[in-house]
Design a protein around this ligand. Structure first.
Ligand code: FPP
Length: 239
């Protein structure tokens, strides 16, 4: 991709996909239409990440709090997800995408859980892009969950010392690098309980573009801005 030639790209991009509802409202359409269009953005951003050889992409699709949305909307979101899982497997195999989930998978109906596990198993050996979808995900719940497991392992005697490195292993993202870039669409200046531990030194990029309109050109713009950021990880710059 010429537009990103010679620029420093992130290893891990995380995205809070926001604004589907507003996109639909602006067009006097039902909210689900926003999610359907948002799905097309998911496809385009996944494909662009492959083309750019970005190895990790993590998308916030459904939060722990999203369960309290109207029943019909939740049903439609689950349908879209199921459709995506069935439809996209050939593309994932062709492009070398490993499908991964973070979050409380047990919250989902059995039919969806089976699809999720099958897709993870089928794509497990793919190496080009780890596509992680956060589902029924909450950062605080993830941290609590890690703490409970750590307490259990300490009691059992299988864990002796707790360091940042060992703590990280107990998170859903245990074997993944932390995100270098977090993109949030539709202008809200919030983290919304997403990857709380992992984004300690992540660069933030917030755009007013609504998720259904967030396509390749908007993605390239975010990546260009990222390439100009100077990352210090809390250290003082020498010289
Ligand atoms: C935020 O918009 C978006 C969501 C809660 C869902 C995102 C889901 C998709 C794009 C489709 C499914 C995705 C996958 C990966 C299968 P909002 O409804 O909160 O918008 P608003 O803030 O404007 O109301």
């Amino acid at each position: 991709m010429q537009a990103t030639k010679n620029i420093k790209l992130p290893t891990h991009v995380a995205i809070i996909m926001d604004g589907n509802g507003r996109w639909a409202r602006q067009r006097h359409l039902p909210r689900v239409e926003g999610h359907i269009r948002g799905m097309e953005s998911v496809r385009e951003i996944v494909t662009s990440s492959c083309e750019l050889r970005i190895p990790y992409l993590t998308l916030y699709a459904f939060s722990k709090e999203n369960w309290i949305r109207p029943k019909e909307e939740v049903k439609k979101l689950l349908e879209l997800l199921a459709h995506y899982l069935v439809q996209e497997i050939p593309l994932m195999m062709e492009k070398g995408i490993r499908f991964n989930i973070i979050g409380a998978i047990q919250d989902f109906p059995k039919r969806i859980r089976t699809l999720l596990y099958n897709t993870m198993a089928q794509t497990a050996k793919n190496k080009k892009l780890v596509l992680t979808i956060a589902l029924s995900y909450g950062g605080r719940q993830e941290i609590l969950n890690a703490v409970k497991q750590i307490a259990h392992d300490i009691r059992k005697g299988s864990l002796l010392r707790i360091t940042e490195k060992t703590f990280k292993k107990y998170l859903y993202t245990g074997d993944m690098p932390d995100p270098d870039l977090l993109i949030r669409t539709s202008g809200e200046m919030r983290i919304s309980n997403f990857l709380l531990w992992q984004i300690a030194y992540t660069e933030l990029y917030i755009t007013d573009v609504l998720w259904p309109d967030f396509r390749k050109d908007a993605y390239l713009k975010a990546l260009k801005v990222f390439s100009t950021r100077e990352r210090r990880f809390g250290m003082v710059k020498e010289g």
